[in-house]
Design a protein around this ligand. Sequence first.
Ligand SMILES: *Cc1c(COP(=O)(O)O)cnc(C)c1O
Length: 400
Amino acid sequence: MRTGQSHLFIPGPTNIPEAVRQAMNVPMQDMRAPDFGELTLDLFIGLKRVLRTEKGQAMIFPGSGTGAWEAAITNTLNPGDKVLMSRYGQFSTLWVEMAKRLGLDVEVIDVAWGAGVPVKEISRRLGRDTNDEIKAVFVTHNETATGVTSNIKAVRNALDENFHDALLFVDGVSSIGSLEFRMDEWEVDLIVAGSQKGLMLPAGFGVLGVSEKALEASKTSTMRRAFFEFTDMMNMNADGYFPYTPPTQLLHGLKKSLERIEEEGLDQVVARHFRLAEGVRRGIAAWDMNLVAEHHTLYSDTVSAVRVPANVDARDVIRIAYEDFNTSFGSGLGPLGGKVFRIGHIGDLNEAMCLTALSVAEIVLNRAGAQIQFGSGVAAAQTWFSTETRSRPRVKLAAE
Ligand SMILES: *Cc1c(COP(=O)(O)O)cnc(C)c1O
């Protein structure tokens, strides 16, 4: 018997605001009704604001982030095209696997899990590619497995400095709606997001932002695609309809979550994610534990991947938290299994929730064999939150 609330500190699916849950509790409606567009057309406008694009096209494909990856690839590239990808965590690894399965000629740059996108190496390879064989560069904006955020603008600059025309693909599944992202300014050609992370919804659809250049490429792309055909989607979307049955309840939820992001302000949403993440990080530092992210410039404001001491199995941490404290932390993925647990701080979250995460983590880490002074991480976060609040300007802590 579990009493009280369960606590979800995984980097997706994320907590759904009560108002969003209620907005989804509507009777089923006719997806061909003449007024259906009144619901959907505004959603595309709202999504474009979140992606910070005016020139690009926003699309919603039933499925998940992974489906939107596939849509992005199959609509814009050709079989056997050479693409440049880098691997630095589980999600960038999966994207490489997909590109290979779909028949692309993938040139992979492997870097340490904990590092970010290897901009210099990308630049070097683009510079060498004098025949423009590389058709696309793929970047995972926020590597959810390692808690590393990469610099997309720097990759854009690498393309520009080499006068290279490749398309820029970005996986923004765990960054869109939470971290700074500027599609037009950074000239991103395909940006992929999902419903269940920063957009604070159940899983069920993937979002795509498609640049004019990517749309142009889609006109001559010869990869096989059926369900994910851009043309079918855009033709129907023009009046607010879909080529097949859309997840209507989720669209009602999206309307509400976009309203909430708008009301808080996208800049404030980004600032809040930093504020909360920094509190969590200070807590982890007070335990004398390290993040997987190698450098502070790479720290993700949506997820922290924490290395546990050698005598601790991170799987125990996650299991005890779940069984005894109704609390879910993220697991270490791939080679990080057992060595890492992740604290998701993405979406609908506040200071008190982060303090709960740290407080529960302190108990379970101790039970799993770590030696942590109770309250040490919580106190460090409290100190940070006591000055870094919504209502007060940034104040330097005495300790800084
Ligand atoms: C969650 C996630 C995915 C996978 O998205 P699904 O919606 O589960 O298909 C891909 N990339 C990143 C960075 C993610 O965090």
